[in-house]
Design a binder for this molecule. Sequence first.
Ligand SMILES: *Cc1c(COP(=O)(O)O)cnc(C)c1O
Length: 510
Amino acid sequence: MTQTRLGNATARSSVITPHSRGEVSTLLKAIVDAGVALKLRDAIYELRMSPLDLRDATLQELPEAGIDLLTLVKDAESLLPLCKNEASPYFCGFGDTGADAAALAGGLLDLFCQQNLINQSFDAPVATFVEIAVLRWLRDLIGYISPMVANVRSVWDVGGIVTTGGTMSNTVAMMLARERRSPGTMQRGVTDPSAHGIVVPKGIGHYSVKAAGTWVGTGAHVIEVPTRGFGYDLEQLDRALVEHAGQVMAVVAYAGDSRTQTIDDLRGIADTVRRRDPKIWLHADACWGLIASFSPALAGRLAGIDTFDSVTVDPHKVMNIPYSLSALLVRDPGVLRTVSSYSDLIMQEDFAFGQVTPFVGTKGWGSLKLWAMMRAHGRSGLAGLAEDRISRALEFCRLIDASPKLIRLHDPHLAAVAFCYLPDGDVERVNYVNKAIHERMLAECRWHVHTFTLPDDNGHIQQGSQVQALRFMANNPRTSTAHMEELIDYIHAVGRAVDVETPNSIKEGV
Ligand SMILES: *Cc1c(COP(=O)(O)O)cnc(C)c1O
């Protein structure tokens, strides 16, 4: 019955009209079912093809004739076996599952609503205020004080913007830093790029900050400060500020860096920087660290973040929110005026977000999925989510620590656990074997953990060396203890196998 109705639908009726209502609903329900099945699929991938085979199978001319909706559903579903499923319990590599039911519901509704947050009055009458509410919830979590509701009279009283990702949020933060350092650059352009250095922790900083400098015209003037325990070494930070006095526009700290998710000593950093130069823009990248703010038991780790000028948060990394959704929050809401743009196409009205969102014109209602998620969970639900992830990370730590062949590289602050398989031999061999484990894992497709190089700050393998780490991420509630045990067994088995194949030149340390 369903099939006939869909099968009879013509391309013409694929727009929603009173006449096509039933067909369109059936189509969309079929897609929702396929999406839910994808999330519940155990396999990360069901089918793997080389990029070139995918290219040849996919890059085809647009056919002259359209297809009926039933065929369309089938065609779309045929892509899914080739898609990665981050909600698989075997995917322990990166961010989040995007599987929160309320967030998915909010995201689906957003697709239908076609609100445009560039303007408020006629484009996004209530959506604008839902977005403001969410931004205020996020501000509250990290400890920023917001104006009383009665004093929210324009977008310049909100203190944040919703963006497409942490990269965009960090980029806008660097624009703000640039305007603080050289007011009026928005109009005049950059005249002295070398005075706009960005201080980052060496080997830890996320590439987006350096990229932001290139995008906002201040150049790739990144000043790297050595780390200790995967965060800033405060003495070295102080030294760098003295050495580069007058050349720094921003210091970027990490509330959860993108490798070990270590939370910097935010209070110590703020004190150090303000003592040397109170004009320097202090930015906290809390893409991962946001979750610590959910739980009173964990929030102490973020102490001092509320004194930073701006904070990036990435709900699509830590709240099971479908891609993509980030926010930049600023301590002083009015500061967004310094990067505002004016056009007679954007309403000069109080609540038009188009005035405060650099790089963006038409702006969808992505915040609806975050609003739905936060409403559904409430404060206590968010606390539970954070605590659950941290306890799962600690559980994984216990399993690592119980194995003489595995070594943990840090005490996790959040959900990331970085570790190495330990063959007999020096750092070169450790790195060779761990890289080989990861390659084999990717080729076999059953499990996924991430890999990257890391300064061995805690000297677990060899102080001062760069080590090839593997990383488990405890973000997925479907990854049970049994899965973790199975993963550890798997890494042991692959580690043994690749170690045997280590070339003699590396074994002998030549
Ligand atoms: C992921 C990440 C970013 C970039 O965020 P996107 O959402 O990928 O654009 C920035 N900083 C850190 C620490 C990250 O982990």
